[in-house]
Write a protein that binds this ligand. Structure first.
Ligand code: FAD
Length: 388
């Protein structure tokens, strides 16, 4: 199909969801329940998103009972903290059980406006048409990499935390982990059993107790409505002010407190620059270093929306509660803080998807084709197979 074709109403999906990680899958659940005609496109060869790429020892920071997507409880002991592989298995099973139409191996290159109320979704050699587009592509493909003086000349190993898998490869080495949020502290603590490790950070982490009075913090947050409270300007201000005073919050069952107190890893002010052999610390001391790991987070992965003029001058999507305020019919699910403080988590993404799908249904009312026109069209959609 080319941009000059004039498609019939039946060639147009109600919605195309881009991304089949937890955000796209939860969106699919609500779209199916709402009776919309949609397809989920994902670049990877199977649904489930980026969990399979995370480091091997990763466990969810929320217990299973607070880690479910809509319509299917996380199986097993609800009080345990599921592993990376269990989370992957859960998402694979979820994709199959929800019976949502997914096309894997479909990378969207760009989304354009075709005419009033219709988007072109360009994928490989094809163009799909849709009345609404939901961007659910996470942030894993856009690691935030600082550029420090001398970095390009560093001859040691330099990697982002997304490429870190396990500590064995660093045995006996001198390693600096940049960043003291959850990933930085977790990776540094794990590495400290195998290597000499320092965390370099602007502010030391603020360790939050995983359990209060023997009960996981997620139960308290849930009881006091903190998880479901919408992000408002004044709440965000308080949050920012707290963070600027305390440093990044890291949930801890006691392991990290003990590790940091023992000095393995130690915490130092942010390094100044690289040398070819190592780093220069804030006090001007140079030290040879084998590896530097940037645990410096991620940015939203939305480049394919560039033709839509959907971003503000800082490159952030203009949106409220996941609904684009710049482009009618464009939505987001899975952005950090897009609606609540839990928006980018397993427990937060379902309620956000619901808000988006409700709005989308309202937006499409009056635009949808008649019942006779509504025969299945578009690309052939393979059913998702459960792994053997
Ligand atoms: P992803 O899982 O990244 O899925 C995005 C999908 O979009 C991928 O399948 C990708 O193939 C596809 N895609 C990307 N670009 C395109 C394109 N152009 N066209 C088509 N498809 C595309 N959350 C919790 O709730 N609990 C935790 O304990 C937790 N721990 C975390 C630990 C780490 C180290 C990190 C990084 C995050 C953690 N999170 C946690 C946060 C969050 O739950 C995960 O990052 C989660 O994977 C985000 O899901 P998503 O669906 O938004 O994005």
């Amino acid at each position: 199909m080319t941009s000059n074709d004039n498609p019939a109403a039946t060639d147009i999906f109600d919605a195309v969801v881009i991304g089949a990680g937890q955000a796209g899958l939860a969106t699919g659940h609500h779209l199916r329940k709402a009776g919309q005609r949609f397809v989920i496109l994902d670049a990877a060869d199977a649904p489930g998103g980026s969990w399979k790429h995370h480091y091997r020892s990763l466990r969810l920071f929320s217990p299973a009972r607070y880690s479910s997507l809509p319509g299917m409880a996380f199986p097993g002991d609800p009080d345990r903290y599921p592993s990376r592989d269990e989370t992957m298995a859960y998402l694979t099973q979820y994709a199959a059980e929800q019976q949502v139409p997914i096309q894997s191996g479909s990378r969207v290159n760009e989304v354009r406006r075709r005419a009033e109320g219709v988007f072109e979704v360009h994928e490989g050699g094809r163009v799909l048409l849709a009345r609404a587009v939901i961007a659910a592509t996470g942030s894993f493909e856009r690691p935030r990499m600082p550029a420090l003086p001398g970095q390009d000349d560093f001859r040691g190993t330099l990697l982002h935390s997304l490429a870190y898998q396990s500590p064995e490869a660093f045995t006996g080495q001198r390693v600096v982990v940049v960043g003291a949020a959850n990933s930085g502290v977790q990776i540094a603590a794990e590495l400290a059993g195998h290597a000499r490790v320092s965390i370099a950070a602007r502010r030391p982490p603020s360790l939050l107790r995983q359990r209060l009075l023997g009960i996981d913090v997620h139960a308290w947050w849930s009881a006091f409505g903190l998880d479901t409270a919408e992000v408002t300007t004044w709440r965000a201000d308080i949050f920012k002010r707290l963070h600027s005073k305390t440093g990044p919050s890291v949930l801890d069952a006691g392991i990290y407190r003990e590790a940091l107190a023992s000095g393995h890893p130690d915490i130092r002010p942010m390094l100044q620059q690289f040398t070819p052999e190592g780093v220069v610390w804030a006090d001007g001391t140079a030290e040879p270093v084998d590896a530097v790991i940037f645990a410096t987070g991620f940015l939203p992965n939305l480049d394919y929306l560039a033709p839509l003029d959907a971003f503000d001058r800082h490159g952030a999507p203009r949106q409220k509660r996941g609904i684009s305020t710049a482009v009618p019919g464009l939505y987001y699910v899975g952005l950090s803080y897009q609606r609540t403080y839990a928006s980018a988590t397993l427990r937060g993404v379902g309620p956000d998807a619901r808000v988006v799908v409700d709005h989308l249904a309202e937006h499409l009312r009056g635009q949808k084709p008649s019942a006779e026109e509504a025969a299945p069209v578009g690309p052939r959609i393979e059913p998702v197979q459960l792994p053997a």
